[in-house]
Design a protein around this ligand. Structure first.
Ligand code: HEM
Length: 525
């Protein structure tokens, strides 16, 4: 019978039984009874019908029928591994999170690196942002960083997310991916242009999953023990820099080895070439945020490094491959709402919506008790009043299921030890809000194209865009997107137009940035 190997003591998931595959286990039924011939079925005589009493056979088929769980609606294709976070600098002036307070503190992590739009069998080298999810198992609970490999995102209005994602999925009738759908959405929602420009540079085709940086994208908050807070953005930078593929190499690899990224990460770890990253924070006070040129709650914008320098505070190393991909990576359930004291959300509406969406989809994908699965279970005891439900592993024993004063096993919640932070004060009427495009939206992508990119980068952007945009069938959609590129840089638009055989177009004219666009709270400075 399988028995936990000694490795179980040291694995990143203490509650996970690690099975030694060379343990000489005897084949059994699911209730553990030995079976001598796994392929045999019970029949009447040699050729007669099967018997309902053959539990082994019926259970085999019934379990097989249920092997698939829903794949993630986005980020279905991924690689993953375990490793550790280590605090390299004390940032207790910024946050009371214990994991970041003392140099040398370590926590085991699980990282899942994914593409976004494709199904779980799609190619690793597809042009797509990459998900960059990290579960940090701290002594104050699990902190999930559910980041991407780009510092900005396509949207700032959360209700657009499902629509935008649908345009990258299959057409309802043809069941084909469709360039018209994709560019129809993007050209009508040009706040996406910053992210789309990054996507169509070679950073949209990273070389494998582990040669890339990760970014919080969103603004979060660090809160320290005195209750003081700052806005923060996190950057997880690959040691040795990121690596990319050019468009044609990525396309070739999609056919030759769709699992190129999974394979290269797995093999790097097997060969003890452990990928590592340095973790930095950018911070901004509430007052700086209100004086900032851009709104910190708008994740289509970056914070310039010169104004808000990167402060290092940790490193992440991946040093352990999963023993079982399904249990340890597919069942991993990350959520931005899995936070610890000292790490809080900002009022970014996309982030706030994500706080709802992830636990909701996990309950659908994995069940109510997804936090009890070994890969998701915190390394500290969970003590609350949640009980029962499908897939319960631990229901907190005999502990009372309400805040009891009579049970000998009673625990009452401890008062909060730190000073409560005094956050922003929000005042206003309940109203529907939708952002509008303004000229600020084109400044950062323009600087990226004109100042940060090299001539070769620009050449690749034009080529990568033309390869994709030449599939647009509807001229109005093509011209609308060309007008977005012209608003960023006329020569970019003209070069793409020429490459796809279209005529030059004039720039989209955006409104001037209104004062109402700036962040305004009721904090008295
Ligand atoms: C995965 C929703 C924006 C990063 C997912 C999943 C959903 C989702 C439903 C599947 C989760 C699962 O089944 O386990 C949303 C919504 C968004 C949004 C509603 C906006 C309103 C973002 C943004 C980022 C991001 C802005 C990054 C900054 C990720 C990552 C994963 C993911 C990394 C994969 C997690 C994993 O590896 O399991 N998202 N998302 N998402 N999302 Fe988002």
């Amino acid at each position: 019978h399988p028995s936990p190997s000694p490795q179980a003591e040291t694995t990143s998931m203490p509650s996970q039984q690690v099975f030694d595959t060379k343990d000489g286990a005897v084949y059994t039924t699911s209730n553990g009874a030995p079976i001598s011939r796994p392929y045999a079925v019970q029949k009447i005589g040699q050729s007669g019908p099967l018997l309902l009493q053959d539990f082994h056979h019926i259970d085999l088929l019934a379990h097989f029928d249920r092997e698939r769980i829903p794949e993630r609606v986005v980020h279905a294709k991924a690689a993953g591994a375990h490793g550790y976070f280590e605090a390299t600098h004390d940032i207790s002036d910024l946050t009371c999170a214990k994991i970041f307070g003392k140099v040398g503190t370590r926590a085991r992590v699980t990282m899942r690196l994914s593409t976004v739009g494709g199904e779980s069998g799609s190619a690793d080298t597809a042009r797509d942002p990459r998900g960059f999810a990290i579960k940090i198992r701290t002594e104050e609970g699990n902190l999930d960083w559910v980041f991407n490999n780009t510092p900005v995102f396509f949207i700032r209005d959360p209700a657009k997310f499902p629509h935008f994602i649908h345009t990258q999925k299959r057409d309802p009738q043809t069941h084909l991916k469709d360039a018209d759908m994709f560019w129809d959405y993007l050209s009508q929602n040009p706040e996406s242009a910053h992210q789309v420009l990054i996507l169509f540079s070679d950073r949209g085709t990273p070389d494998g999953y582990h040669h890339q940086h990760g970014y919080s994208g969103h603004t979060y908050k660090f809160v320290n023990a005195q209750g003081d807070w700052v806005y923060t953005q996190i950057h997880v930078r690959k040691d040795g820099g990121f690596k990319t593929l050019d468009n044609d190499t990525a396309g070739r690899l999609s056919g030759e080895n769709p699992d190129y990224g999974i394979q290269s990460l797995f093999e790097a770890i097997e060969q003890k070439q452990y990928p590592s990253w340095t973790v930095y924070a950018q911070t901004m006070t509430a007052k700086q945020a209100e004086e900032f040129r851009y709104n910190v709650l708008d994740l289509t914008k970056v914070w310039p490094h010169k104004e808000f320098p990167l402060r290092p505070f940790g490193k992440i190393v991946l040093d352990e491959n999963p023993q079982n991909y399904f249990a340890e990576i597919e069942q991993a359930a990350f959520s931005p709402s899995h936070t610890v004291p000292g790490w809080e959300p900002s009022a970014d509406p996309v982030l706030q919506s994500r706080f709802f969406s992830y636990p909701d989809t996990h309950r659908h994908r994995l069940g109510t008790n997804y936090q009890q699965l070994p890969v998701n279970a915190p390394v500290v005891p969970v003590a609350n009043f949640q009980r029962d439900g499908q897939g319960t592993f631990v229901s907190q024993g005999a502990r009372p299921n309400y805040e009891s004063t009579i049970s000998p096993l009673t625990y009452l919640s401890k008062p909060y030890e730190g000073k409560e932070a005094k956050h922003e004060q929000w005042i206003g009427y309940a109203q529907y809000e939708l952002s509008e495009i303004n000229e600020l939206d084109f400044e950062q992508p323009r600087a990226l194209y004109q100042k940060v990119m090299t001539d070769t980068d620009r050449e690749h952007v034009v080529y990568n865009l033309s390869v994709h945009m030449k599939n647009i069938r509807t001229p109005a959609i093509r011209d609308r997107q060309l007008s977005v590129w012209a608003a960023i840089d006329q020569s970019l638009s003209d070069r793409v137009a020429k490459a796809i055989g279209a005529s030059p177009v004039k720039p989209l004219v955006a409104k001037p940035a209104a004062e109402s666009w700036r962040l305004k709270t009721n904090i008295k400075f």
